[in-house]
Ligand binder design. Structure first.
Ligand SMILES: NC(=O)c1ccc[n+]([C@@H]2O[C@H](COP(=O)([O-])OP(=O)(O)OC[C@H]3O[C@@H](n4cnc5c(N)ncnc54)[C@H](O)[C@@H]3O)[C@@H](O)[C@H]2O)c1
Length: 346
């Protein structure tokens, strides 16, 4: 065995851009729960935020700009958790520097900008962009995907999605319903069915009395794929009740439902019961998916493949942006709106 072969593997040194709610969560995850990785460099628009988060990540240092993170010699891979309007430029800079990047959704603020990233990655000659659609790493999503790939359910006929939040921030509009909420089911279409939606129609039931002023809540989107699968996406964001994401696939050979956890079963003198609590916050529901997503990305960086199997790619980010644009148009259109998609680079 050579000295090189026997040397312990080096941790992947992650530079992170933006350490607000999501970014600080990723710093905690990488510092405490991710194998083979550590946070080396941090930047945030607010220096004091970066300093405070750096204090929780042993061995990390703070720099002033995203460019410094991307260029740093002690950064092997970049995680972007800044607001969406900065993602295009920051991901393009990672591609130019030849560094693998995991970018939180969205890839860009519109489909034309997202396609710029697809083109740049293609011209660079290798896949290096992973997009943070973490549900792809949820255990239930994985089981349903496996069942579909095994052919157990036959041909997918219907994908029924439900997405419910206790509340949303003031100012949340029908457009936010598309880009912040439905975007996750839009990626689920690509993930489960391996084909994007080609059209979308909005259906508006009467609103709940709890709906914030000006928001149609609940809202239903009907998507259709080229091969004829229909997707129903029921969104309800002011339930005042627990966070829920449920998915049912109806196939020609059977149906399967995920997201209906029954929790722990206890049989004891003080009472036997099944079922747990449904928290209001979205993070407990998907914490294992975020952990698995980041761990899979680190493994892909370490083995040189850069993008983990089943991860969302730059192309998936572009598709999500294009379908969101059609869904936004459908909010005020009569009938279905076609999705405009460019050809995928070979
Ligand atoms: N995958 C998911 O389920 C999920 C959930 C929440 C948020 N997100 C995404 O994560 C991203 C961040 O969301 P958040 O909730 O953490 O927002 P946030 O506002 O809490 O944090 C954003 C941070 O970025 C900093 N920042 C602003 N401009 C910057 C710049 N140009 N460069 C570097 N840092 C900058 C801000 O100071 C702030 O600390 C968004 O794109 C959001 O859509 C994804």
């Amino acid at each position: 065995m050579t000295a090189e072969q026997s040397a312990p593997p080096q941790d992947i040194r992650v530079g992170i851009i933006g350490v607000g709610r999501m970014g600080a969560d990723h710093v905690e995850r990488i510092s405490r729960r991710t194998k083979g990785a550590r946070i080396s460099v941090i930047s945030d628009y607010l220096r004091e935020t970066a300093e405070a988060v750096s204090a929780t990540a042993p061995g990390s240092r703070v720099v002033d700009t995203p460019e410094e993170v991307i260029a740093a010699d002690d950064v092997d891979a970049v995680l972007i958790a800044s607001p969406g309007q900065f993602h295009r430029e920051q991901v393009l800079a990672c591609i130019a520097a030849g560094k693998p990047v995991l970018c939180e959704k969205p890839l860009a603020m519109n489909s034309a900008d997202a396609f710029d990233v697809v083109r740049a990655e293609h011209e660079a000659g290798r896949a290096s962009v992973s997009l943070g659609f973490m549900r792809r790493f949820d255990a239930g999503y994985g089981e349903l995907k496996d069942a579909l790939e095994a052919g157990d359910l036959g041909a997918p006929l219907l994908l029924n999605c439900k997405h419910r939040n206790a509340s949303v921030l003031p100012g949340f509009t029908d457009t936010h319903m598309v880009y912040d909420s439905a975007v996750h089911e839009i990626d689920a279409i690509s993930f489960f069915l391996e084909e994007p939606a080609v059209s979308v129609q909005t259906v508006m039931p009467r609103s709940s009395e709890k709906a914030p002023e000006g928001l149609h809540d609940p809202l239903l989107f009907l998507f259709r794929t080229a091969s004829g699968t229909v997707i129903t996406d029921e969104l309800w964001v002011s339930t005042d009740a627990g966070y829920e994401v449920r998915t049912e696939l109806v196939g020609s050979l059977g149906a399967a439902t995920i997201g209906q956890e029954t929790g722990m079963v206890t049989t004891q003198q003080t009472g036997s019961r099944w079922g747990g609590e449904v928290p209001l916050d979205f993070r407990p529901r998907f914490v294992a998916a975020y952990d698995a997503e980041v761990q899979a990305w680190i493994a892909a960086v370490a083995d040189g493949s850069f993008v983990a199997p089943r991860s969302a790619t730059a192309w998936d980010g572009y598709v999500a942006a294009a379908v969101c644009e059609a869904a936004e148009q459908s909010l005020t259109a009569d009938g279905p709106v076609e999705v405009a998609l460019q050809n995928r680079p070979a």
